[in-house]
Design a protein around this ligand. Structure first.
Ligand SMILES: [Ca+2]
Length: 99
């Protein structure tokens, strides 16, 4: 019985962590209506404790809707395309080679 309780606590903890970053995706989605924002916009795939250049800029700008707007014209991943244009086009503003 104790084992099941521990598993339940572990599952709830993991689910909570998985959704902890959702407000950030909602902030981006609220500025760019209809845009699908993957976790990999702010975090490198498989390295979710790290941030992409876009994630770094977003954090430094204040991690809010205003932060998303403030870095829209910036080219965080230095691929020649502004963050706003990338998000609208469905490419990743945090990874230069990601289309
Ligand atoms: Ca870019």
């Amino acid at each position: 019985m104790v084992k099941y309780g521990m598993v339940l606590v572990l599952v709830i903890g993991c689910v909570s962590l998985a959704f902890a970053g959702m407000p950030d995706a909602k902030n981006v989605g609220s500025v760019y209506e209809g845009a699908t924002v993957a976790c990999t916009v702010c975090h490198p795939a498989g390295k979710f404790k790290e941030v992409t250049p876009y994630g770094k800029d977003y954090m430094e700008a204040g991690r809010s809707v205003d932060a998303v707007k403030a870095i829209g014209e910036k080219d965080s991943d230095a691929d020649g395309i502004a963050n706003a244009a990338e998000i609208k086009a469905g490419t990743n503003p945090g990874v230069p080679e990601a289309k």
